[in-house]
Design a protein around this ligand. Structure first.
Ligand code: SF4
Ligand code: SF4
Length: 371
């Protein structure tokens, strides 16, 4: 017996696949499945997070609908994956709320924080809010740096604690026996596999979609999104180091490192999420877990809005629009942080943990697995 109906279905499919084994060369899910004779909830959540949703095993399967076996591995594992985000989330109550109203909660949070910053600045001095400010320290005329850092620090700290608690619960559930540690070689292997999105290639030909030739478009958009996010994060880190180590205040000139990193990352975060949304729109409904569309779209939309407001701020920072745009951008970023542990963002962390587990059991077969 499993905890949910989707896990029951995932168990049924993995049992069918374990007898068939036709897809064992497509990705990591099937070799990992073959190492098991039965599947606990943790095993199924592990396999679900190893799946990259390329669709190849649905297209190749001789037992997919309308066959009576009704085998649809990508859709079932997508459902199990989404349930796993809620199952391991901390605190649990927030995840259910977000799963039902992800996009609405993200937007309301972003607008509330933006309104707070806007109100904070207007309360202090309305002229400052709509004035033109240039040069180092211009952003902090609206809100002192310490107040801004406290707001972001609190949101970031909350996100980190919630994410660590979630991944800890996930790792314990998939990595029997409890307390098993990852080794450096497995982590290194997983970094390579995650960085290249190795298992989003449908066994070497690309992602599958109904009526289309397999292609690498989803992979390319995913890379733009992921590396765009990393570059934007790097820009924030460099700016923080500038501020505290060499007392250089934002905004920085166009040629300076935080702006260059942020601009490159921002371009990636505009094209990548827009492409992922377009690909999702065109996806064969048979491959998509429609019940979780809101959660997926919320995260992609918030990444896109983070970049859009950031790029608008960069272009218009020397005008009177700087104040409202800064408030809006900060609101979107804080909302992104607060909602991160409950939405699609966690798929990157859980998938990485699953890849570490996979690398580990390939290197040391039998360690920690249940019969
Ligand atoms: S998805 Fe279909 S073809 Fe592939 S292993 Fe499972 S049952 Fe066999
Ligand atoms: S990664 Fe692709 S081939 Fe592997 S289980 Fe998921 S959808 Fe199937």
């Amino acid at each position: 017996m499993h905890g949910t109906r989707i896990l029951e279905e995932a168990d049924r499919l993995m049992t069918v696949c374990n007898s068939c084994r036709y897809c064992e060369g497509l990705c990591a899910v099937f070799p990992a499945m073959e190492m098991r004779r039965s599947f606990s909830d943790g095993d199924l959540n592990y396999l679900a997070n190893l799946c990259h949703g390329c669709g190849a095993c649905y297209t190749d399967c001789q037992f997919s609908p309308p066959h009576e076996f009704n085998v649809n591995v990508p859709k079932t594992l997508a459902g199990a994956r989404a349930e796993s985000y809620a199952a391991y989330a901390w605190p649990r109550a927030c995840s259910g709320m977000f799963a039902r109203n992800g996009l609405a909660i993200s937007i309301v949070t972003a607008l509330s924080v933006a309104a707070f910053i806007f109100g904070f600045a207007a309360f202090n001095d309305r002229q400052l809010l709509l004035g033109i400010h240039t040069g180092p320290g211009a952003f902090y005329k609206l809100m002192p740096h310490n107040a801004m850092a406290a707001l972001f620090g609190a949101a970031f700290l909350y996100a980190i604690i919630a994410l660590v608690m979630g991944v800890r619960a996930f790792w314990r559930d998939i990595g029997e026996p409890i307390g098993m540690r990852a080794d450096a070689g497995s982590i290194w292997q997983a970094i390579g596999d995650a960085g290249k999105l190795r298992y989003l290639d449908g066994g070497g030909v690309g992602c599958f979609n109904d009526g289309e030739r397999p292609s690498d478009r989803r992979k390319a958009y995913h890379h733009l999104t992921f590396y765009g996010f990393i570059l934007c994060f790097a820009a924030t880190v460099v700016a923080t180091l500038y501020h505290y180590l060499i007392a250089r205040e934002a905004p920085y000139p166009w040629w300076d490192l935080p702006v260059v990193l942020g601009t490159l990352g921002g371009v990636g975060l505009l094209i990548g999420p827009a492409g992922l949304l377009a690909e999702r729109w065109k996806r064969d409904p048979a491959l998509v877990d429609q019940a979780r569309t809101g959660m997926d779209v919320a995260f992609i939309a918030m990444l896109f809005l983070t970049s859009l407001t950031g790029m608008a701020l960069l272009l218009l920072r020397d005008t009177a629009a700087m104040g409202p745009l800064l408030a809006l951008h900060l609101g979107v970023v804080v909302s992104l942080f607060i909602t991160m542990p409950y939405g699609k963002f966690v798929h990157g962390i859980y998938r990485f943990a699953a890849l570490v587990r996979y690398a580990q059991e390939r290197r040391m077969p039998g360690q920690g697995m249940q019969e």
